[in-house]
Design a protein around this ligand. Structure first.
Ligand code: HDD
Length: 674
């Protein structure tokens, strides 16, 4: 982390404890003389009740676990800083956005949604992207996802959605997967899911890295300025490295080879000083323009196409420090979309309204009571005072006897603060209506934007969507479920639905399609940022490798790539002219799915073992559309596989030529039109 400590760092430091080098004590501070043997009646006798140390140690252990999050159980989090680019005072009075250069400490947690805490990172799933800004006016939480829309329009359906998505109740199978009957039955019988499901079947649900995905606030919020003028606002996080995905076959293999692939990728990037960066953008709509769109701007199943409502970039977040303790920080952090600051307010988006209840409620059971705001990671960096008292685990020693408002004994303090002095005032939107359990007609169009999304996809993205549907529905046991889903998605695109139907052995729908022809290029990953930075390159080396290989590897590093030496054995590999390289991994300990590209350089002479492993490695990388490079003794393997003239295969012994072409190919991420 940067030299200077921000307010949150300073606060957290007060709670840190280092046990290394210390004498062992009980939790009461009594020095412990033996930590190996329980107190027994005779060496071979029973343990006796009196052993208070045994009881304390065991009791603590027995209570070490807390309930995992009901959704978003598996995650990764890090500390960082947000810097505002320009004053947003015209739109919001939020202090942390009030001046250019203003810095605010943040804590960000990324997550998968469906799986348990120990599930694989590469599930086909939405990713959570939750940010806690520790502002001078209190904590502001932007609790978003990496997909800009949601499955449902009203929070009352959230338990149903999650029940359908989670493993089935009898067997608790499948773990961390939407590919089963109940999820798709829910989709087929709740057509508001159509748009989100299109995103979920795209590459967005299998990101290459937490560092390479967007974040979205999803719900529509309000910005309110000093004059009380409001704008509707949607939030976007744009990753500096662009938005990139793996392919599904790869995702499934990664889950087996390295369950922690995304967590490790982010952890190591931060440890190595490659700090993940995201720019914050906002889309703003004036209050008076609320009804000017052909969709309801409060409907969480709709995007505001960026081409219609541009994204204004207003700041940058950099994640600079990993946590010191996963449980204390990542597990105990409590987010809530209702944690707002003056200048940020809610709308009547019916999904958001329900979320405002659910988050605090869930923390009460997960973190064991109403004092979770006192946990170090959740404490605001500004003072907090009120008349709330007691409860499990209360840490603050509140002094004074008036714990009520109004009072005279404490001069009527703590005092509510006027809006002028920073007191939060809800936007005084006029609301009037009759009590109804109903949904507005303006929320009934479930297909136009699902079609818009499909229209915006590149041909490779369309193929991936069709394959994803075919996999997911192919795993459904109920033919009726498969058929219903295919018939439903004929409303998005008839040809797409027919192709899926053929793949999964159900009747091809004969009618459907849509008259929507518009598209939003901004939602296609074909139009993202492309960079070779931090891409992992597998350098496959054998004994007697060409002396220039080392220069190639150094040149890759200069371009920001991360080459890793792999060989038939670990340790030093001897090259020509006395050049040596250290192999960190072998063909047994690693695999092509864990890399972005492969570079085969071979050794001095043919080596059957190397050739066999390299062939497999290269073929797998090739099938996942990855760039492949070869020089010197590595060329032979590609020739034998007849891959030398394929797209994205770069063969060159000359350093400048090779590095230029290879860097371009790595930056392109994948060669989709292979
Ligand atoms: Fe939620 C966790 C994001 C709808 C109820 N949600 C949770 C997390 C994220 C989101 C990122 C994990 C926070 C963390 O890392 O600790 N949720 C969303 C988004 C939604 C959404 C972007 C749609 C706009 N969520 C949603 C609804 C409800 C919930 C409609 C219920 C009415 N979400 C929860 C929860 C969780 C949660 C049950 C589980 C753990 C937690 O809150 O702290 O309250």
């Amino acid at each position: 982390m940067a030299e200077h400590k921000n307010k949150k760092e300073e606060q957290l430091d007060q709670f840190k404890a280092k046990d290394e080098g210390q004498e062992m004590t009980t939790n009461q501070g009594l020095k412990v003389s033996n930590d190996e043997f329980s107190l027994k009646a005779g060496e071979r006798g029973p343990t006796i009740m009196e052993d208070f140390y045994f009881r304390e140690k065991m009791t603590h252990f027995d209570h070490e676990r807390i309930p995992e999050r009901v959704v978003h159980a598996r995650g990764f989090a890090a500390h960082g800083e947000f810097e505002t680019y320009e004053s947003m005072k015209e739109f919001t009075k939020a202090d942390f956005l009030s001046e250019a250069g203003k810095k605010t400490p943040v804590f960000v947690r990324f997550s998968t949604v469906v799986g348990s805490r120990g599930s694989g990172d590469l599930a086909r799933d939405v990713r959570g992207f939750a940010t806690k800004f520790y502002t001078d006016e209190g904590n502001y939480d932007l609790v978003g996802n990496n997909i800009p829309v949601f499955f449902i329009q009203d929070a009352i359906k959230f338990p149903d959605l999650v029940h359908a998505l989670k493993p089935e109740p009898r067997s608790e199978i499948p773990q961390a997967a939407s590919a089963h009957d109940t999820f798709w039955d829910f989709v087929a019988n709740n057509h508001e899911t159509a748009h989100m499901v299109m995103w979920q079947m795209s590459g967005r649900a299998i990101p290459r890295s937490y560092r390479m995905m967007e974040g979205f606030g999803v719900n529509t919020f309000r910005f309110v300025n000093e004059e009380g003028q409001a704008h509707f606002v949607k939030f976007h996080w744009k990753p500096a490295l662009g938005v990139h995905s793996v392919v599904w076959d790869e995702a499934q293999k990664i889950n087996g080879k390295n369950t922690d692939f995304h967590r490790q990728d982010a952890f190591e990037a931060i440890e190595n000083g490659n700090f993940p960066e995201y720019e914050l953008g906002v889309q703003l709509i004036k209050e008076e323009d609320e009804y000017k769109f052909d969709f309801d701007i409060l409907d969480p199943t709709k995007i505001w196409p960026e081409e219609e409502v541009p994204v204004k970039i207003i700041g940058k977040m950099t994640l600079q420090r990993n946590v010191d303790n996963f449980f204390a920080e990542t597990e105990q952090v409590a987010f809530h979309p209702g944690h707002v600051v003056p200048g940020v307010d809610f709308t009547n988006d019916p999904l958001l309204q329900g979320r405002l209840f659910s988050y605090t409620d869930t923390q009460l059971i997960r973190l064991g009571g109403p004092n979770f705001h006192e946990l170090p990671i959740n404490r605001p960096v500004c003072p907090f005072h009120n008349n709330q008292r007691d409860g499990y685990g209360r840490q603050t020693i509140n002094i004074g006897k008036a714990t009520y408002h109004k009072n005279s004994l404490s001069n009527n303090t703590p005092t509510p603060v006027s809006e002028k002095d920073g007191g939060y005032k809800h936007y005084s939107e006029k609301v009037e209506g009759q009590k109804v359990r109903a949904r507005s007609d303006s929320f009934q169009d479930h297909y136009s934007q699902a079609v818009l999304f499909w229209n915006s996809m590149s041909s490779a993205e369309k193929e991936h969507i069709i394959s994803a549907f075919s996999f997911e529905l192919g795993k459904c046991k109920e033919i009726s479920v498969r058929q219903q889903v295919v018939d439903m998605f004929a409303n998005v695109n008839l040809k797409m639905a027919q192709e899926i139907a053929r793949n999964i052995g159900v009747k091809e729908p004969m009618e459907g399609g849509s008259s929507v022809t518009s598209s939003s290029p901004a939602v296609s990953q074909a139009n993202t940022v492309f960079k070779a930075n931090t891409r992992k390159i597998a350098v496959l080396v054998a004994e007697g490798f060409h002396a220039k290989v080392k220069n190639m590897v150094e040149a890759m590093k200069e371009k920001g790539m991360e080459p890793e030496i792999i060989s038939t054995h670990q340790g030093t590999i001897e090259g020509q002219e006395g050049v040596q390289m250290e192999a960190a991994e072998t063909f047994m300990t690693t695999e092509s799915v864990l890399f972005d590209a492969v570079y085969a350089v071979g050794g001095e002479k043919a080596d059957n073992d190397y050739d066999k492993h390299t062939s497999y490695f290269v073929q797998e990388a090739f099938s996942h559309f990855k760039p492949i490079g070869a020089s010197f003794g590595g060329k032979r393997v590609l020739e034998n596989l007849s891959l030398s003239n394929e797209k994205g295969v770069i063969i060159d012994d000359e350093e400048d030529n090779f590095i230029k072409s290879f860097t371009d190919a790595v930056a392109a991420h994948r060669i989709w039109d292979r």
